[in-house]
Design a protein around this ligand. Structure first.
Ligand code: PLP
Length: 387
């Protein structure tokens, strides 16, 4: 038997199912990609200019571990004005390397070996691996399309044990686009209170809500004290490549996360932090413009999917449609593979987001209107030919 240097946790980690489809599509010409989970806008010029200016001025060293104080103050003002949340810039907030790092330090701060963390599926692909890497056990709970993929208190109760430590929420959701309203959040809050659970609330798509006003889980009565709020600049501000996120939580939790952050990351990229100050100061108009544009595309795309026979609930936020492909009799992997090979449209098979994602595909509509129209034409042809 040959020796392996790998940890068991890492050996057991599966590569993301999304990557496989990227790789498959990469070698083909003329592919319309609805696979990528990122904005199709370039970061606003004034934001890019702020980064350039910071470089010109020679700001190339580390910042404070928690991030530039000026940025934290802007985040505090933004959270209050936009979502009615009060977080102290000095000790209830950390600027992180994307929302991804915020999730990582949140989990590592609360999970002891063997602790269980509930992940609501279909879910963002990183949650369960991050729980496992933190030494915990990811426990999936399945939601139903008939319920717009919203979790019910009964479904949560079913998987809660004495080892359950936290629940990860994601609203607006990747991959379903579902946004939880105040009532939905209150129902989850009751469960969290009854079982004394931490809620890690991934609100990275908060800016992208189209029909109702976004409500943060931390804004629900008595929930702020048990909530670790994850957010950032990647999606709403079109800044995925800048790697800038943040986490807000009560002081004790923030201090715990900062201990991890100072050893693991030191600080988020300095020039990106300067850019983010500008994004918060003057970016509102840009964000509103992007939101309107996504809304227009969502309306067109979801209606068109339904018209060509791919039943799709109306997603309240983010930039994903999650139509059912059940009527074709294909698995989501078969569907995605054949659609790619035969019609050169790349989508993500729903099964990569968990068991209840099977029977669906995820399409990102953060693509030009022309591309969306062409993809609908191709999908219609694909369906008419075979089903
Ligand atoms: N959370 C969700 C739900 C996401 O969809 C993503 C990116 O796709 C992230 C977190 C990661 O965000 P970031 O790029 O800021 O690390």
């Amino acid at each position: 038997q040959t020796k392996t240097y790998l940890s068991k946790t890492v050996e057991e980690l599966k590569p993301s199912g999304i990557r496989r489809f990227f790789d498959l599509a990469a070698g083909m010409e003329g592919v319309i990609s609805l696979g990528v989970g990122e904005p199709d806008f370039v970061t606003s010029w004034s934001v890019r200019e702020a980064a350039i200016l910071s470089l010109e001025q020679g700001y190339t060293s580390y910042t404070a571990n928690a991030g530039l104080l000026e940025l934290r103050e802007e985040i505090a003002a933004y959270m209050e004005n936009s979502f009615g949340l009060e977080y102290s810039a000095s000790n209830e907030m950390i600027v992180t390397v994307g929302a991804s790092q915020a999730l990582d330090i949140a989990l590592r701060a609360v999970v002891d070996p063997g602790d269980e963390v509930i992940v609501i599926e279909p879910s963002f692909v990183s949650y369960i691996p991050l729980v496992n890497l933190a030494g915990g056990k990811g426990v999936a709970v399945q939601t139903k399309k008939e319920n717009d993929f919203k979790v019910t208190p009964a479904e949560l109760e079913e998987v809660i044990t004495h080892r359950t430590k936290a629940i990860i929420l994601c609203s607006p959701n990747n991959p379903t686009g579902t946004m939880l309203n105040e009532q939905d959040l209150e129902a989850i809050a009751t469960v969290a209170k009854n079982h004394d659970l931490v809620i890690i609330s991934d609100e990275i798509y908060a800016e992208l809500s189209y029909d109702e006003k976004f409500v943060s889980f931390a804004a629900i009565e008595e929930m702020r004290e048990r909530t670790i709020l994850i957010s950032g600049f990647s999606k709403g501000f079109a800044m995925t490549g800048w790697r800038l996120g943040f986490v807000c939580a009560p002081k004790e939790l923030t201090e715990a996360m900062l201990k991890i952050h100072q050893y693991a990351m030191m600080c988020a990229p300095t020039m990106a932090q300067f850019a983010a100050i500008e994004a918060l100061k003057h970016g509102n108009e840009d964000v509103n413009g992007m939101r309107k544009s996504y809304r227009r595309r969502r309306n067109y795309f979801v209606q068109s999917l339904n018209e060509i026979g791919l039943e799709c609930h109306t997603p309240g936020g983010a930039f994903y449609a999650f139509p059912s492909i059940e009527r074709t009799g294909l698995t989501s992997e078969q569907f995605a593979e054949r659609l790619l090979v035969e019609e050169k449209v790349a989508v993500v098979p729903g099964n990569v987001f968990g068991q209840s994602g099977e029977g669906h595909i995820r399409c990102s509509y953060a693509s030009s209107m022309e591309q969306l129209q062409e993809s609908i034409k191709r999908m219609k042809r694909f369906l008419e030919r075979q089903f």
